[in-house]
Design a protein around this ligand. Structure first.
Ligand code: SF4
Length: 197
């Protein structure tokens, strides 16, 4: 049987708390959406369908702009939709993930892994090489970037392997070490004792 490819949602869930993957993928207890997720999806839908998708001045030379590009790699075991791929030349491109805002402490690790996996798939599909990943706020504010160096690429592919191993071994994992995350989790109090809430 062909191996199930993981999605960006799976990776973000795993990095939020590995137990979410256990409940969803091993026990097949799918999450219902929390208020926070519904709000996030609504704003992403609004952004995709209603808002003008602005790109900043430094991207004006990137004339080819492809939105909502399905990227996948059976080698990596991952597929998703990249929000935006821009091309300036065969060798120079940008890969961008839009988010409602960027935290003051910088780009969260999980978002970096998400964009890096998108870039790896896009490269494999022939979109050229991406040396940086970008996170751009919905409101057209200044995007932030991070390097897609070898270390980041290795971390991203290893994350996929860790999720696959968790699903294959069916071992109940440790929950997140951040108790604040349990507050917004639908498994809290139903299947999981959570952490310090
Ligand atoms: S309640 Fe906390 S530890 Fe349990 S699955 Fe949710 S986030 Fe993880």
């Amino acid at each position: 049987m062909e191996k199930e490819m993981l999605t960006a949602r799976d990776v973000l869930n795993y990095l939020y708390c590995p137990r979410i993957i256990f409940y969803e993928k091993v026990l097949r207890q799918r999450q219902y959406e929390t208020y926070k997720q519904i709000r996030g999806e609504k704003s992403h839908y609004f952004f995709k369908t209603q808002a003008k998708r602005k790109t900043c001045d430094e991207w004006k030379e990137f004339l080819v702009r492809l939105f909502e590009v399905t990227v996948k790699s059976s080698r990596i075991g991952f597929w998703t939709k990249a929000d935006l791929i821009m091309k300036k030349s065969a060798d120079e491109g940008r890969i961008v993930q839009f988010k409602p805002s960027i935290p003051s402490f910088g780009i969260p690790f999980a978002w970096k892994v998400q964009v890096c996996l998108e870039a790896l798939c896009a490269e494999e599909m022939g979109f050229g090489k991406f040396s940086e990943g970008y996170i751009a706020p919905y409101n057209g504010g200044k995007p932030e970037c991070f390097e897609l160096d070898e270390g980041m690429r290795k971390t991203a592919t290893e994350t996929i392997k860790k999720v696959e191993k968790l699903i294959k071994d069916e071992n109940f994992p440790e929950g997140t070490m951040y108790s604040a995350r349990c507050r917004d989790c639908m498994y809290r109090g139903r299947m999981c004792e959570g952490r310090g809430w």
